[in-house]
Design a protein around this ligand. Structure first.
Ligand code: MN
Length: 375
């Protein structure tokens, strides 16, 4: 009998998104739930046996109760054997008083298919005659140097079972966490523990790097839907098939629908404005959280076209933040009206205006001269 697992992590339900405006914040908060809903639906459509969450389901240990209840309401719809929830480092488990998990337990108490993994001890299931043995490694705190996997050395492994480790933390070589504060594990150490596979969370980028394959001993879920412009993928989770105690195939799922895109552009001509327009036209205004950072110099005619375009973009995109620093382009007329011919300033600016390789310099010099003249 094949065993199928959907693996996710770092869902960060309740992430505050403080840097965004109210409307965008609301959308981003909502997306974390709806993406999880889509993933549960996809797991059900694929008849997955387990839905594994490898830590940081919640953004913090003090996430609002309504968010916890809503999350449980999403998870309870899983139709497979069990939803396995591991505390990560953001939603760590430090004992029975840990707020988020106390509330989660209460909210999920009537749903026997939701299992909270707060104890480092094996959990076994029978699926159609096969045994699956899970090895959960919950995080006891936000940071820590001790690997959470240490206990596995001293317990019995059922060699006739599919043995699946579930942990949350940095993996040497995969993350950027150079200071070792996040329960750093190494690939050789994980391999040495002798399990069939490892389902990990913490690094928001998925591993393996190919979306389809049959050979990997560890999986990093990747964040299920992007959380910022730093996220370079469209949201990730894994669909894993095991047969005869081995991984048969992995396939990447993409439950996210929102993308963060930052466009930084320097504008100096009508051509640059059309380029900006083309770039924005190619994006889906309902699913892109757009961050425009525009600078440069434009003539007064170009500025009219530019302002019009910016207005259109703002109208089209549901979420758009703007940082505009576009100055009036310095031309011969402007130099002529400000500085008498033959003066140092006039000569300097005219020379810089002719230097097409450095189109910003003339405006910079003009600003500097204005600044000095004020004093
Ligand atoms: Mn984490």
């Amino acid at each position: 009998m094949p065993i199928r697992i959907v693996h996710t992590a770092d869902n960060h339900i309740g992430m505050p998104f403080r840097q965004h405006d109210d409307k965008t914040r609301e959308r981003l908060l909502e997306e974390r739930f709806t993406a999880l809903e889509r993933l549960i639906r996809e797991a059900n459509e694929n008849h997955a046996d387990f839905f594994v969450i490898s830590g940081d389901l919640f953004d913090s240990t003090r996430v609002k109760n309504v968010y916890i209840e809503r999350t449980v309401d999403v998870l309870r719809h899983f139709t497979g054997n069990s939803v396995l929830v591991l505390p990560g480092n953001h939603d760590f488990y430090s004992g029975e008083d840990t707020e988020v998990w106390k509330r989660f337990r209460k909210a999920s108490s009537e749903f026997s298919n939701i299992e909270l993994l707060v104890t480092p001890a094996t959990v076994s299931f029978d699926v159609g005659g096969e045994t699956v043995q899970f090895f959960p490694c919950p995080c006891p705190s936000k940071t820590g140097k001790e690997p959470v996997t240490g206990w596995i050395h001293s317990v019995d492994h059922n060699l006739a079972a599919l043995r699946v480790g579930i942990a949350h933390g940095n993996v040497e070589g995969l993350g950027l966490d150079a200071d070792d504060r996040y329960f750093t594990m190494t690939m050789p150490d994980l391999e040495a523990l002798g399990l069939t596979t490892w389902l990990l969370g913490h690094i928001h980028v998925p591993f393996p790097t190919t979306s389809l394959g049959c050979d990997s001993q560890l999986f990093m879920a990747g964040i299920h839907t992007p959380d910022s412009v730093r996220c370079r993928h469209i949201g990730s989770a894994w669909l894993l098939d095991f047969e005869e105690l081995r991984l048969k195939q992995y396939k990447q799922l993409h439950p996210g629908r929102l993308q963060f895109i930052r466009i930084e552009q320097n504008l100096h001509s009508g051509h640059d404005i059309s380029k900006l327009q083309q770039t924005c036209n190619a994006l889906d205004p309902d699913h892109v959280i757009l961050d425009l950072k525009l600078s440069g110099q434009l003539s007064s005619d170009e500025q009219i076209t530019f302002n019009q375009l910016v207005g259109e973009i703002e109208d089209a995109f549901q979420s758009c933040s703007l940082t505009v620093n576009v100055k009036r382009k310095i031309d011969e007329d402007i130099i002529g009206t400000h500085y008498p011919q033959g003066t140092l300033a006039e000569q300097l600016l005219s020379n810089l205006l002719a230097d097409k390789d450095h189109p910003n310099d003339v405006a910079l010099a003009h600003d500097l001269i204005k600044e000095i003249s004020k004093e």
